[in-house]
Design a protein around this ligand. Structure first.
Ligand code: ZN
Ligand code: ZN
Length: 255
């Protein structure tokens, strides 16, 4: 499955990206009709939007689903979620969806804040542009930085020192770690980071929990286990207290 992470606080769930992983999330929350849903995407690449039509809670009458068309200044990101439901790519069109889509166009960040999610948008280095999100809930900080190339060959949207400052001491940093050194130089410039760069970032930012994310589809579970072992060893040898995880379906962390 492709990108989808959720943060649950009280009776609200903030969903970050609507890749195919959102289908399983839908099944998991379908029996919780009071859970208020907030959907945000980092950018409109396929792997971050294509699960949305299969997210079953949107077919529940009266289910509150908040969406944010103006968050990215242009409507393209939200439109990509909705426009794929056009009859040609998916049989059901948005006007046939029985849930309550609430499009928050005025002051989206204030709206999220009033619902308990303090959100900061952090530009990522990615072809076609993308945003990461730094989310603060009470005193807990979660950084969702996917589709970010730490050291790209093209003009940067964010320098490494700024990226490090943004996630310094975060309780959880979820970061793109799609590639290994073997993928280079072919995939330099494709918009993703090396696992080793993410280890370095987590270590220097002194995050508490580091989640390696957005794995390459060719990477097997065995290979990921080996990479986790390697990363844990590097962190330990450097005296770092960062707790590493390689993201897997259903991984749940409690703060
Ligand atoms: Zn992307
Ligand atoms: Zn992606």
């Amino acid at each position: 499955n492709t990108s989808c992470v959720s943060i649950t606080a009280d009776n609200k769930i903030l969903i970050l990206d609507a890749g195919t992983g959102i289908r399983n999330l839908g099944s998991a929350i379908i029996s919780k009709p009071d859970l208020e849903i907030f959907v945000i995407v980092t950018h409109s690449h396929w792997d971050h939007i294509q699960g949305f039509p299969f997210f079953t809670p949107i077919y529940q009458p009266n289910r509150p689903v908040h969406m944010f068309p103006t968050l990215h200044k242009k409507n393209v990101v939200l439109a990509s979620l909705i426009d794929q439901m056009d009859g040609a790519h998916f049989p059901i069109t948005p006007d046939q969806v029985p849930s309550n889509f609430n499009f928050v166009t005025e002051n989206p960040l204030e709206f999220l804040e009033s619902n308990g999610f303090h959100l900061e948008m952090v530009p990522m280095n990615h072809p076609g542009k993308a945003f990461g999100y730094k989310i603060t809930i009470d005193d807990k900080i979660i950084c969702y930085f996917t589709d970010n190339e730490i050291d790209p060959p093209y003009e940067k949207s964010i320098e490494l020192n700024e990226l490090t400052n943004q996630c310094r001491n975060a309780d959880i940093l979820i970061h793109d770690a799609q590639y290994t050194e073997d993928d280079m130089p072919l995939k330099h410039g494709w918009g993703h980071s090396l696992i080793s760069q993410v280890t370095e970032l987590g270590k220097s930012a002194e995050v508490k929990n580091l989640v390696y994310y957005h794995h390459d589809p060719e990477r097997t579970d065995d290979l990921l286990d080996k990479e986790l072992e390697k990363a844990a060893k590097t962190l330990k040898e450097n005296g770092s207290s960062v707790q590493p995880y390689f993201a897997y379906e259903g991984l749940k962390l409690t703060l």
